[in-house]
Design a protein around this ligand. Structure first.
Ligand SMILES: Nc1ncnc2c1ncn2[C@@H]1O[C@H](COP(=O)(O)OP(=O)(O)OP(=O)(O)O)[C@@H](O)[C@H]1O
Length: 454
C-alpha cells in the first residue's frame, strides 16, 4: 500500500517476502524435504514420504470415524485453500462484486485477503477474511447474492469475528440429500442423557442434539415443513423415561391429528379449545405445586425421576391456540405460558411450541423459548422472528428452502455461543416408527394413570 506521502507502491520483492512470511509452510516444507534428501539420501526421504502417505491411507480405510473427525477437515481445508480459492478465483470474484478498495494515489486495488480456511464438513467452508480500512461487514452482506454466484456456491452466511476480520460460511452444496433415519430407542432409562438427545444431523456432518431438560423448544415451519419430525425424534429419545414415568407428556393437539397417536402415552391429552386451556391451567398448577414442594424441601430444582418427573407440554399450532376464543382468553393463555417459560425450568416443566406462521400472535411468547428451530417458512421476515435479529442476513435462508417433500425436516438453528445459523435436518419418524414408540412405552408402562381430557 502506498504511504500518504508517496505515489509509489511497495516493491514486488517486498510483497513476495511478506507473502512468504504469512505462509511459512510454503518455504519450510520444500526446505525440509530438500534438507532430508541431502542429509538422509533421496531414497530414504522418498520412503518417509511414501510411508506417511501410506499411513494416512491406512487410517482413512481403517478408522473412518477418527479420520473424518481429525484428518479430513485439515486436508480438505488445505485443498480448498490452495486449489479451490487460490489467487485469481478469489480476487476476480471480489472485484466483480465491488468488494475491494482502491488506493486513491496509486490506483492500486486492494482485495480483502483470505486469512484462514476451515472446512468442518465436506459441504461447508468457513473463510476468514481480513477487511481493508474503509470496508465493513455490511458491504459484504449487501453483496452476498452476487458473491454466491461469483464463487459458484449454494449459499453464503456471514459473521464478524473481530475488528476487521469477518467469516464467510460457504455452503458449497446441499448437505442433506437423504432422509435421516429415526433415532433408535434404547431400553434402559439410565442410558439417556436428557441434555443431549439426538434429533437429526447438522450440515457439518455431526449429530444435531437438543436438551429436554431446562429448555423450551420452539419449532416454526410452514405446513409440510416437517415440524412433527423434530418432536417425534425427541420423544423416541425419551421413550424409556416416558415408559418409566420419569417424563410426562401433556399434549394440546388443536389440529386433532398430528399427535393423536400419542394420546395413548400422554399424561394429559386435549384437542378441543376449552380443554386445551384447561390442560394448560392444570400444567401451571402442577408447576406451582412442584415449586411449593421444592421450597418445603429447601431445594432449588428437581432431578427428573418417577417421583419428580420432567413434564413436557406440547402445543401444536400455537398460533391457532392463542387466537382461540376472545382476546381475554388468549391473554390468559399467554400469561400462563409466560409463567411456564420463566419458572418451569427449575421445576421440570418444559414447553414445545409448534407454529406455522410466527406472526404477531405467537411472537410475543416466542421469547420465552430458549431453543428455536426455523424450518421452511413462507416469508423472509419469519426467519428473524424465529431465530433473532439478522439471522437471515447471516445465512439462515429458511424462506428459500424449496417447498418440496425432499426438503422436509430441513431448517436452521443458531449455534450455541455464536450467532451463526446452522443448517440441520431432523430425523424422520414415520407412522410405523411412531406406533413402535407407542407400543414400546405401553408395553412396560410404569407412569402415573393416564387421563385423556377430551
Ligand atoms: N424429517 C423429515 N425428513 C424427511 N421427510 C419428512 C420429515 N418430516 C416430515 N417429512 C415428510 O413431510 C411430510 C409433512 O410432514 P409434517 O406433517 O411433519 O409437517 P408439518 O410441518 O407438521 O406440517 P403441518 O403443519 O401441516 O402439520 C410428512 O408426511 C413426511 O412425508
Amino acid at each position: 500500500m502506498a504511504s500518504e506521502f508517496s505515489k509509489r507502491t511497495k516493491g514486488a520483492e517486498v510483497k513476495a517476502a511478506a507473502w512468504l512470511g504469512r505462509h511459512p509452510g510454503s518455504i519450510l516444507a520444500p526446505a525440509a524435504v530438500t534438507t532430508a534428501g541431502l542429509e538422509l539420501g533421496w531414497i530414504t526421504t522418498g520412503g518417509i514420504l511414501g510411508g506417511t502417505a501410506a499411513s494416512l491411507g491406512a487410517w482413512y480405510r481403517a478408522h473412518p470415524d477418527t479420520f473424518d473427525r481429525f484428518a479430513a477437515p485439515r486436508i480438505r481445508a488445505w485443498r480448498r485453500r490452495w486449489i479451490t480459492y487460490l489467487g485469481p478465483r478469489w480476487r476476480n470474484a471480489l472485484i466483480a462484486c465491488d468488494l475491494f478498495t482502491t488506493n486513491r494515489k496509486t490506483g492500486e486495488l486492494h482485495v480483502p485477503r483470505l486469512l484462514r480456511i476451515r472446512s468442518y464438513s465436506p459441504s461447508v467452508d468457513t473463510l476468514y477474511v481480513k477487511l481493508h480500512p474503509g470496508q465493513h461487514l455490511r458491504q459484504f452482506e449487501a453483496k452476498l447474492p452476487e458473491l454466491t454466484e461469483a464463487l459458484k456456491v449454494e449459499r453464503i452466511a456471514i459473521e464478524r469475528v473481530k475488528p476487521r476480520v469477518i467469516a464467510l460460511v460457504v455452503e458449497r452444496s446441499e448437505p442433506f440429500t437423504e432422509v435421516i433415519e429415526a433415532p433408535e430407542m434404547v431400553y434402559d432409562s439410565d442410558a439417556i442423557e436428557l441434555t443431549n438427545l439426538y434429533v437429526g444431523e447438522t450440515e457439518y456432518g455431526g449429530d444435531w442434539r437438543l436438551s429436554a431438560l431446562g429448555q423450551h423448544l420452539f419449532v416454526a415451519g410452514a405446513t409440510g415443513a416437517g415440524k412433527n419430525s423434530v418432536v417425534n425424534a425427541l420423544l423416541r429419545g425419551l421413550a424409556p423415561l416416558i415408559r418409566d414415568g420419569a417424563v410426562r407428556l401433556w399434549i394440546c393437539d388443536s389440529k386433532q391429528m398430528e399427535f393423536a397417536k400419542l394420546a395413548g402415552i400422554a399424561y394429559r391429552y386435549a384437542c378441543e379449545e376449552g380443554d386445551c386451556a384447561e390442560l394448560v391451567e392444570e400444567y401451571v398448577a402442577d408447576m406451582q405445586a412442584t415449586q411449593r414442594g421444592l421450597a418445603d424441601q429447601g431445594k432449588r430444582k428437581i432431578t427428573p425421576s418417577s417421583v419428580t418427573p420432567l413434564n413436557v407440554l406440547i402445543l401444536d399450532e400455537m398460533g391457532a391456540l392463542l387466537a382461540y376464543g376472545d382476546a381475554s382468553a388468549a391473554r390468559g393463555l399467554k400469561r400462563q405460558l409466560a409463567l411456564v417459560g420463566s419458572q418451569g425450568r427449575a421445576t421440570g416443566h418444559s414447553m414445545v411450541g409448534l407454529v406455522q406462521e410466527p406472526t404477531k400472535d405467537t411472537v410475543p411468547v416466542r421469547d420465552l423459548f430458549t431453543t428455536r428451530v426455523c424450518l421452511r417458512v413462507t416469508s423472509a421476515a419469519h426467519v428473524d422472528m424465529v431465530l433473532g435479529e439478522n439471522a437471515r442476513l447471516r445465512g439462515a435462508l429458511a424462506d428459500e428452502i424449496p417447498n418440496a417433500p425432499e426438503t422436509s425436516g430441513i431448517g436452521y438453528v443458531i449455534r450455541q455461543r455464536s450467532r451463526v445459523p446452522m443448517r440441520v435436518r431432523a430425523a424422520y419418524v414415520d407412522d410405523r416408527e411412531l406406533d413402535e414408540l407407542v407400543e414400546f412405552v405401553r408395553a412396560g408402562w410404569r407412569g402415573a394413570g393416564l387421563r385423556v381430557v377430551a
